[in-house]
Write a protein that binds this ligand. Structure first.
Ligand code: ADP
Ligand code: MG
Length: 245
């Protein structure tokens, strides 16, 4: 549990002249589940996107597996194979089957043997209960199914860290549980290291080893999960939790 995967120091991020992240510092260890909570507009998505090279930052450092992250696109393309991300909108390729969606990057980008990758993809599909859909196209799937495929697609690259940004926010209520269940399994059975942004507080309370509470672009609390949900340290976080009931 003590191997450091990600270290963020003095991260500052601006959109134009407007600062949206202020001196963000935290460290993430292998197998740890970090839940990033905070009001809408507090900078959660921006922080996740910055950690995946989808947003530039103006000051601070990122260290991944002990190596400083160089802020150029070539380096980020390599890192994105290690840092998987799933968003609120499932962005599957519409013209590819489920299986092709999953195997494309491992074969084309990582150069792994197609047969191995395919076998693995089928096993992953089985794990999320979607084996029957290997040859289906995204349009034939429900939102919840698409989101499970999006997770499997990210996992097929063998990431060392997964970032989840409100992956159930656009799903019908009856679809939410299946997706959250997969994320829970990933943490429990695969000991996957994850940063999760979610509005599902029960889920967050069950899964979070640690909570980072963000408000106005600043980390207001960095607290063990149980402690945060039982008794947050700041009024700001308490108000946030009360508002989520
Ligand atoms: P959250 O995910 O916590 O709701 P965001 O990271 O999306 O918050 O947004 C943080 C702040 O940055 C908000 O004030 C938002 O309006 C602003 N913001 C987000 N994306 C952009 C962008 N592409 N350009 C300019 N401002 C942005
Ligand atoms: Mg967001």
């Amino acid at each position: 549990m003590e191997t450091e995967i990600l270290k963020v120091t003095h991260l500052n991020k601006f959109y134009g002249a407007r600062q949206v992240l202020f001196d963000v510092n935290f460290t993430l260890h292998q197998g740890e589940v970090l839940t990033l909570l905070g009001p809408s507009g507090s900078g959660k998505s921006t922080l996740l996107r910055t950690l995946n090279g989808l947003e530039a930052f103006q000051a601070g450092t990122l260290t991944f597996n002990g190596q400083p992250v160089v802020a150029d696109e070539a380096h980020w393309q390599k890192l994105r194979q290690k840092i998987g991300m799933v968003f609120q909108s499932y962005d599957l390729f519409p013209n590819l089957t489920v299986l092709e969606n999953i195997t494309l990057a491992p074969v084309k980008i990582q150069g792994r043997p197609a047969a191995t990758v395919q076998a693995e993809a089928l096993a992953l599909l089985e794990r999320v209960g979607l084996s029957a859909y290997a040859k289906a196209y995204p349009r034939e799937l429900s939102g919840g199914q698409k989101q499970r495929i999006a997770i499997v697609r990210a996992l097929a690259l063998h990431p060392e860290l997964m970032l989840f940004d409100e992956v159930t926010a656009s799903l019908d209520p009856e679809m939410v549980r299946g997706v959250l269940e997969i994320i829970k399994q990933l943490s429990q059975e695969a000991a996957m290291t994850m940063i999760i942004v979610t509005h599902e507080m029960n889920f967050a309370a069950q899964i979070a080893d640690r909570v980072l509470f963000l408000a106005d672009g600043k980390i207001v609390e960095d607290t063990p999960g149980q402690q945060f949900f039982a008794q947050p340290q700041t009024k700001r976080a308490q108000e946030f939790l009360d508002s989520m009931d």
